[in-house]
Design a binder for this molecule. Structure first.
Ligand SMILES: Cc1cc2nc3c(=O)[nH]c(=O)nc-3n(C[C@H](O)[C@H](O)[C@H](O)COP(=O)(O)OP(=O)(O)OC[C@H]3O[C@@H](n4cnc5c(N)ncnc54)[C@H](O)[C@@H]3O)c2cc1C
Length: 363
């Protein structure tokens, strides 16, 4: 009988010659499988994906590899899971400049070192999803599409509860590269809107945590604003809406399954950075299967303080917006003006005793 609390899972699988089953071929599920197969070839690892291929949740939109509370470069981190020869074929572009606007201010931030790295999400051959898929295949992981397992021990099936909603437009355009974020409660309440253009490919995203049912209206309004600012042409437009889940759970083992990535609510509560959480929690689940490490203990040790920080930041963001409206965003931007952006982001996403205390108070 499988028992995820058993400290000797590896021995159990090895002696019983049992296949390790993972549900979900997103970053969390594939990273679990890659880590398992990298460490030991002693048993079969199979990933079950309900869709017909990897990356179907997204349609080529850009996401940004950033590690909350850390200075570690996103590319260096990806290199720890994806071999160089596969990484080279992946879309991976450093972002060195960001423009941030609020209703009354605009500031530009630059950094010599990448602020974060743009990756592509979707089924295409240069996406992060495809790079992880190729890495898993090259490590002899079995991947079954159009299927789900009833006795998987890792649940990496993505978000469960909608904490926010995001609508993205992916299109071709004629303007120069840009990364522009707008904080404005009129069309991104409790969230943000951004336009990222790289080599004439664009992602325009609006993420909100309030009035979620109005996401179409909000995203159309943001689109009009960006069109006005950049006077851009848009061709081959694809729009997609996705829920975003972030949460802090008491127990990351549910119904005898390890919850990894967004299935465990593992995502930054302010910005929605979830890639690092998904990949790292996958690696932690693999280590719990292979070694005598309790999954709940390692998830808590790695993420608890960061997750609390994300939730506290979100609380302050939403309270500030409710009390002061767009003036709150003006104040944030005034504070951030001329400060080194990488240091600012690290400080914002790093735990402090005060943030933990606030979380314990509000949580
Ligand atoms: C619009 C948007 C923008 C984002 N931008 C960023 C960003 O810039 N940076 C960042 O770090 N994060 C970002 N995120 C978050 C990031 O996408 C997630 O944290 C990450 O995808 C979580 O990976 P996952 O493997 O846990 O889940 P997913 O990527 O959702 O993968 C889950 C997989 O499981 C499959 N599945 C579902 N149910 C079953 C089942 N029953 N059986 C088998 N398979 C199943 C799904 O089809 C899917 O392939 C963004 C999210 C959204 C929605």
């Amino acid at each position: 009988m499988f028992n995820p609390y058993n400290p000797n899972l590896y021995k159990f699988y090895y002696e019983n010659n049992i296949m390790i089953k993972i549900n979900g071929a997103g970053p969390a599920g594939l990273s679990t499988a890659i880590e398992l197969s990298k460490i030991s070839k002693d048993y079969d690892v199979t990933v079950y994906e309900k869709e017909k291929g990897v990356g179907t949740r997204f349609n080529g939109s850009f996401q940004f590899m950033f590690i909350p509370g850390s200075n570690v470069d996103g590319r260096v981190f990806l290199r720890s899971i994806i071999p160089q020869k596969i990484l080279k074929k992946m879309f991976l572009v450093p972002i060195h400049a960001i423009t941030v606007s609020t209703q009354h201010r605009t500031e530009k931030f630059h950094s010599l070192r990448p602020i974060w790295w743009a990756v592509k999400r979707g089924p295409m051959k240069d996406s992060l999803d495809y790079a992880l898929y190729r890495t898993a295949k090259s490590n002899e992981v079995n991947i079954k599409f159009n299927s789900t397992s009833l006795d998987a021990i890792v649940n990496a099936t993505g978000g469960r509860v909608p904490s926010g909603i995001a609508r993205e437009f992916v299109f071709d355009t004629d303007i120069e590269d840009v990364f522009h974020i707008i904080l404005d409660k009129r069309f991104a309440p409790g969230g943000y809107a951004y336009l990222c253009v790289i080599n004439q490919k664009a992602t325009l995203c609006v993420a909100v945590t309030k009035n979620m049912s109005k996401i179409i209206e909000f995203s159309n309004a943001a689109l009009e604003i960006f069109k006005k600012i950049y006077n851009m042409k848009m061709n081959n437009v694809h729009a997609q809406t996705n829920y975003v889940s972030f949460d802090i759970l008491q127990n990351y083992i549910r119904q005898d399954q390890f919850l990894t990535g967004e299935a465990g609510g593992l995502q930054d509560g302010l910005f929605g950075f979830g890639l690092w959480y998904a990949i790292t929690s996958g690696q932690l689940a693999a280590q719990s299967i292979l070694y005598d490490v309790d999954y709940n203990t390692s998830v808590t040790a790695w993420f608890e303080q960061l997750l609390k920080t994300g939730k506290t930041n979100r609380f302050i963001y939403e309270i500030g917006e409710t009390l002061l409206g767009n003036r709150f965003y003006d104040m944030i931007l005034k504070y951030a003006k001329n400060k080194p952006i990488r240091r600012l982001l690290k400080e914002l996403t790093s735990p402090t005793p005060l943030k933990t205390w606030v979380y314990d108070f509000i949580g």
